[in-house]
Design a binder for this molecule. Structure first.
Ligand code: ATP
Ligand code: MG
Ligand code: MG
Length: 550
């Protein structure tokens, strides 16, 4: 469905194309490989990729790996997998910022030669002091007027490893009185004797983000460098770098608001704590909103795409309710998936007047709203399982399911009437006895009488045992992540594991990531980590209903 109005980034791009500010659109997604991607990154990925597609341009995948302290190969691999899964295709355009270290070094040398950068011996703390505050201008560093020749020598010595971490830095020479703090001679290179996950020990000086990023964009010919709002104040520095380095086609930075979700933990810091404390089963625990977790839970790339589109692109921060993401996955699966029966908390139902040993096969549409999904056969015989909550010994008003003397429809099958029930020694109901009326078969056109309730079931002999996991939010961020005593405000019901469930025989061969509607219960997906052919495990992706309205 075509969105009629264009977002502000599209408006900028179209103007740039019209006015010849760029020949074609070239975007990139530049994650730092220091963690797993989350739903917010999905927005950035799909936005950048979508713009490249829309304007017939190019999309680069670039690892912004200029800071060796927190980066790992493990993250590089997970990020690639997540982006591929989302369907953003970088084709052969996969880049690493660390491949540009030589060019960045040369760029720094060029700035020194132009008198636009100097080596400074102040400590980090002194640099901060000299920088001043928003109310007052900063003070010049005593090293600011070093000669070009001296700067060239010192910078070369920094590269050769003559100095310890923090002993010297290279700073851009801009304006210590600028109202924008980022322009008060920012550090652009630092000494760090650290092994990089790709370049190993080749370098002991590393460029700072604000210097490296515009160079990466310029080298790759990026036309529009889209980033989040917190970099708005850095744009003058971005522009300064590309101008001073005299790139022929300088990229343009555009900022948009980050995506925030309410009612779930999105902060990487909090997710890491949950992982480290063993409260969740890794970064892909289905209660999290990392892309790996969403995939494992059963979300689809299409649902995430719809979600991101519904959120829109804006310049002001706001939060979107998690329920909207749930709405998107329901809408995606509604017509695509078979609707099958699963019994989560089974009790036996015996149809006393159904001939013992007889089995009939009921023809059932896999999805009543989409006949392309075809039909299946469900065996039906004397003994079935139904859900415990579909029987009550003493029903309240308006309870239309099974209770002594009441008649209901067994979905896709017959009317059954409850005649009696059996309890175990603890008083727990273990068996419900019914009689059925063979004239009432579904699809037979029977109109003799009506029943108010329809319940689902599975055939006792043929049903497949399964483990089913139900989820709630692990922490409601809105209600506070921490308790007063500093502990995490965990929801004790965030995971319910039901080990003795039964599903229809058709699900015996379900594969990991297959998903289904379990009628009356929601959408479920075969767990990719724990499910095996002998022990099926399903995650509830989302319940069927919510109060969410678009
Ligand atoms: P986080 O702190 O959550 O890891 P980040 O900005 O440090 O986020 P990067 O790896 O630097 O993560 O991000 C790669 C890209 O994803 C950046 O362009 C960044 O602006 C974008 N991005 C990160 N978080 C969000 C978000 N919540 N919504 C939209 N875009 C985001
Ligand atoms: Mg990050
Ligand atoms: Mg970052």
């Amino acid at each position: 469905n075509e969105v009629v109005s264009k977002n502000f980034i599209e408006q900028i791009i179209e103007k740039d194309l019209e006015e010849g500010c760029c020949d074609s659109v070239h975007t990139r997604f530049p994650p730092e490989p220091n963690g797993y991607l989350h739903i917010g990154h999905a927005k950035s990925i799909l936005l950048n990729y979508g713009l490249a597609k829309k304007y017939n341009g190019k999309f680069n995948m670039r690892f912004d790996d200029t800071n060796p302290t927190k980066e790992k190969i493990e993250y590089v691999e997970s990020i690639k997998q997540d982006i591929e899964w989302l369907g953003a295709d970088w084709e052969e355009r996969l880049f690493f910022a660390s491949d540009y270290f030589q060019q960045m070094y040369e760029a720094a040398v060029l700035l020194i030669k132009k008198g636009k950068a100097y080596v400074c011996d102040l400590t980090a703390e002194q640099i901060r002091e000299y920088r001043g505050t928003l109310k007052e201008p900063g003070k010049d560093s005593p090293y600011r007027e070093r000669s070009i020749d001296e700067n060239l020598i010192l910078f070369e010595q920094m590269r050769q490893g003559k100095y310890q971490d923090g002993e010297k830095v290279l700073r851009a020479k801009i304006d210590m009185a600028s109202p924008n703090m980022n322009m008060r001679d920012p550090v652009i290179y630092r000494v760090a004797h650290m092994s990089h996950h790709r370049t190993k020990d080749l370098w002991c000086i590393y460029p700072m983000y604000d210097f490296a990023h515009p160079i990466e964009d310029a080298i790759e010919g990026i036309s529009h460098s889209i980033c989040t709002l917190e970099f708005e104040d850095h744009r003058p520095l971005y522009d300064w770098v590309v101008r001073e380095l005299e790139y022929e086609h300088p990229p343009k930075q555009i900022e948009f608001a980050k995506l925030y979700l309410t009612n779930v933990v999105t902060g990487k810091r909090y997710i890491k704590k949950l992982v480290d404390d063993g409260i969740v089963d890794g970064w892909d625990d289905p209660r999290l909103v990392s892309i790996a977790a969403l995939r494992r839970r059963g979300f689809t790339p299409e649902s995430i795409k719809t979600f991101v589109e519904l959120c829109g692109v804006s310049k002001s921060n706001s939060s979107v309710d998690y329920a909207m993401l749930e709405y998107c996955i329901r809408e995606d699966l509604k017509l695509k998936k078979s609707r099958v029966m699963a019994v989560l908390d089974p009790i036996k139902l015996v149809i006393d007047n159904y001939p013992e040993g007889e089995v009939e096969y009921l023809d059932v549409a896999n999805n009543m709203e989409n006949e392309n999904l075809g039909m299946r056969k469900i065996p039906f015989s004397r003994e079935l399982y139904i859900d415990r909550e579909d029987f009550m010994e003493e029903p309240p008003k308006k309870y239309f399911r099974l209770y002594p003397g009441n008649e209901v429809r067994l979905m896709h099958a017959y009317f059954v009437k409850c005649e009696s029930f059996v309890k175990d020694e603890n008083g727990k109901v273990i068996e419900v006895h019914c009689t059925y009326d063979k004239d009432t078969k579904s699809g037979s056109g029977f109109t003799g009488r009506k029943v108010k309730g329809t319940i689902h079931w599975v055939p006792a002999a043929e049903a497949v045992k399964a483990e089913i996991r139900l989820y709630e939010n692990i922490i409601d961020e809105e209600k506070g992540i921490y308790n007063e005593d500093g502990s995490l405000n965990l929801n004790p019901n965030s995971l319910t594991v039901l080990k003795e469930c039964f599903v229809e025989p058709i699900l015996r061969d379900a594969k990991v990531y297959d998903s289904f509607q379990f009628v009356r219960n929601g959408y479920f997906c075969v767990d990719a980590k724990d499910s095996t052919t002998d022990h099926l495990v399903f995650n509830r992706i989302v319940p069927l209903k919510s109060s969410f309205k678009l």
